[in-house]
Design a protein around this ligand. Sequence first.
Ligand code: SF4
Ligand code: SF4
Length: 134
Amino acid sequence: MEKKFVMHFPPILVDKPMISNIVRKYDLEFNILKAFVSPEEEGVLVIAFSGEEKNVFEAIEELKEKGVKIQLIESDIKMIRERCTDCSVCVGLCPTGALYIDRESYEVKFKPEKCIACELCIKGCPTEAMVSTI
Ligand code: SF4
Ligand code: SF4
């Protein structure tokens, strides 16, 4: 199974190799979708963990115990292709590159595995082609 999370690392933990240690310990694969330092100097990571369900949630519990604030990304974003006019407004809004212009067809395409469910595309799309199914 794969689950996506937003993690906030307090300044004291930012330099620690917590993710590499935890994925080794719980035999997980990970994919960092976005990483930045907030104005409060917290490290913010949007990350996907994949592996055994039990291991994913034990890893999350351990990170929480160590002081990392974690939110599960549960929303499921979809593109309704028939409604899309390829106006590309959403491409400029999407912070992770989950929405992009296909260089061959010039159509706007959606890569769900890069989506962090921020819903900016839903708010910005003039034709309601981007929807949340939860
Ligand atoms: S904003 Fe909506 S209509 Fe425009 S390209 Fe994106 S999904 Fe399609
Ligand atoms: S919700 Fe929309 S704007 Fe946000 S990451 Fe997903 S596709 Fe991009």
